[in-house]
Design a protein around this ligand. Structure first.
Ligand code: F6R
Length: 606
């Protein structure tokens, strides 16, 4: 992951670098650092933990220099401490890096042999020493070209040089990097978001390219060192304001914003007056598509799994789903009549991007379902369906998940209707139900007290399970993931029908088990599976929907009832109590809810 920033200006840069690093903290928050050129030398200040720690340092307050680079780290090689924090510097060169250098051990051996001394345990430090070594015989452009050639793996780099007081080098392979243009100053950043308070004029580097940023102009080079021209894009200059309002955490705010996420999505894609779906400029004819492959990571993968159930119900298309980190290395049989859909909140997830890139290289049809429309995945996909849920700050995805599954549901409905797999009457009924969904979500959001009360039991347990069948199974996986990542409690999501094939052995007296059983086609089967876990001592939290029919089971520990809707839409409602369960459980434990340990919001390393 990691976030990088560089500024070449005629004014002091350290305060602006710190502000930009705060915006990049979603990429990593293990440690942070800054280096500037001043008085003919490189000054470097680094600290463990958040950017706040770095900002508090009196050294940073007094830091001089009009050319500088900064970094927030998500550790890959070496402990998250101030020695391993970036920038890494020799006497002549200072580097910030996002990515992984796969041949760092070999390179280090070579460089140590040449007399270079290493201070950290990071892979990044080899880049510093390689450039330093190459500068002995080459000019800046050739030393960069030669260095990049020696590196295996992925990187976005920001580099400054003691002897070059008007220059920052940026270079990219795999990890994203953007250049920004300001008045008599220019910038480098992991993304346009970090640069937004300074400029909306942006150029994105492509794989293999590097650039030289001077105060008054920027030069771009291809991998072989040939000068190239690149487009300057003008992005929206509106800067979103992020504050928690009256909420304690961004996650709490984002959970409550979900009715708006759904309203935005419905407004964008549903033609309410004609009861139709607007997907404008869809680039393919419907008879060119006979299967869909949905690809994502983590929560976004759960969205893909959710969509599989809907696509199978609503269309005659063959549906495959894949975890991006698996897809990218498998021997895939690419098919011309397959639509490849990439699901991602950030649009920068390295594995999802690599899977997209593979499809592009094989001339496949590619469609992105993303939140960040300026992201790499959105830019490089043939067609984009934005989620429109606004910036998501909490590391645990909540509103983006609901946004993703909404768009995927709408896509399934649209393709089903174009393929004439759904009757017009059913299509209209489903659209009408969808229009009611934001209100139902609002009602579900008010089920707070019970969830707060049960969360203590989850905190006291050694582990927990989340069970569901059919449409509820992907939600069980998502509920377990949320609890794990926020409360650090072991939680497993399982298809309820699979329990007796092994996991039932885990159930012991008092173990909390969430059972998702709305009154859909799977209800009776799930209730039978619930009875099996109750019989073995589990404390079952049943999440079902309101109904006049009594639940025919004894010894249920607690029941939460969501609103009633058509069975396709229960997953939206079931998600809410699970997000809240994870939130309250982490709150009671006093954990850092918006920035859980070991994680980052945008996973830009594989
Ligand atoms: C979990 C979570 C992650 C992300 C995953 C993919 O709450 O947020 O599992 O879903 O890292 O990220 P995106 O959606 O940005 O590709």
């Amino acid at each position: 992951m990691c976030g990088i920033i560089g500024i070449n200006s005629s004014k002091p840069v350290s305060a602006t670098i710190i502000n930009s690093l705060k915006k990049l903290e979603y990429r990593g928050y293990d440690s942070a650092g800054i280096a500037t050129l001043y008085d003919g030398s490189i000054n470097e200040i680094k600290s463990e933990g958040r950017v706040d720690n770095l900002e508090k340092s009196s050294l940073v307050k007094n830091m001089e220099g009009t050319v500088g680079i900064g970094h927030v780290r998500w550790a890959t090689h070496g402990l998250p401490n101030s020695i391993n924090a970036h920038p890494h510097s020799s006497q002549n060169v200072s580097v910030v890096h996002n990515g992984i250098i796969e041949n760092s051990t070999l390179l280090k051996k070579f460089l140590v042999g040449k007399g270079h001394k290493f201070k950290s345990q990071t892979d990044t430090e080899v880049i510093v020493h390689l450039i330093t070594e190459n500068l002995k015989t080459e000019n800046i452009v050739d030393s960069i070209k030669k260095t990049l050639k020696s590196l295996h793996g992925s990187f976005a780099l920001g580099i400054i040089f003691k002897d070059e007081p008007d220059l920052i080098v940026g270079a990219r392979r795999g990890s994203p990097l953007a250049v920004g243009y300001g008045p008599n100053e220019n910038y480098l950043g992991s993304d346009s978001y970090a640069l937004k308070s300074m400029t909306n004029k942006i150029t994105y580097l492509n794989d293999g390219e590097f650039c030289i940023i001077k105060k008054d102009h920027v030069e771009f080079f291809s991998e072989d060192g040939t000068k190239i021209n690149k487009k300057v894009l003008e992005l929206s200059s509106e800067e979103e304001k992020y504050d928690k309002g009256d909420f304690k955490h961004f996650m709490a705010k984002e959970i409550e914003e979900q009715p708006i996420t759904l309203k935005n999505g419905i407004k964008e894609y549903i033609d309410t007056s004609n009861n139709d779906i607007n997907i404008h400029n869809f680039p393919w004819k419907i008879n060119e598509i006979s299967s869909v492959t949905l690809i994502g990571c983590g929560t976004a993968y759960h969205s893909c799994l959710m969509a599989k159930y809907w696509f199978e119900e609503l269309t005659s298309l063959d549906v495959n789903i894949d975890i991006a980190s698996e897809f990218r290395y498998r021997k895939n049989r690419f098919k011309k009549d397959t639509l490849y859909v990439f699901v991602s909140q950030s649009g920068e997830t390295a594995d999802t991007y690599a899977a997209l890139d593979l499809c592009i290289k094989n001339n496949m049809k590619t469609c992105a379902v993303v939140n960040v429309i300026e992201s790499s995945i959105a830019r490089d996909s043939e067609f984009v369906l934005p989620i429109h849920c606004g910036t998501e700050i909490g590391v645990a995805s909540t509103k983006a998940f609901l946004g993703q599954i909404l768009i995927l549901y709408i896509l399934a409905l649209k393709l089903g209707s174009l393929k004439k797999d759904i009757e017009k009457k059913t299509f209209i009924e489903k659209i009408n139900d969808l229009k009611e969904l934001p209100k139902l979500i609002e009602k579900t959001l008010s089920l707070d007290n019970k969830i707060q009360a049960v969360s203590s039991t989850f905190n006291e347990a050694k582990g927990s399970m989340f069970l569901g069948r059919g449409f509820s199974f992907p939600i069980a996986l998502e509920g377990a993931l949320k609890l794990k990542e926020l409360s650090y409690i072991h939680a497993e999501g399982y298809p309820a029908g699979e329990m007796k094939h092994g996991p039932l052995a885990l159930i012991e007296e008092g173990m909390p088990v969430v059972v998702l059983a709305p009154r859909d086609d799977y209800y009776k089967k799930t209730i039978s599976n619930m009875q099996e876990v109750i019989a073995r001592g589990a404390k079952v939290l049943l999440i079902t929907n309101k109904s006049k029919d009594e639940i025919v089971s004894e010894n249920i520990w607690e029941t939460i009832e969501v609103e009633t809707t058509n069975e396709d839409l229960f997953p939206f409602l079931l998600t809410i109590p699970l997000q809240k369960l994870a939130y309250y459980s982490a709150l009671k434990k006093g954990f850092d809810i918006d920035k859980p340990r070991n994680l980052a919001k945008s996973v830009t390393v594989e």
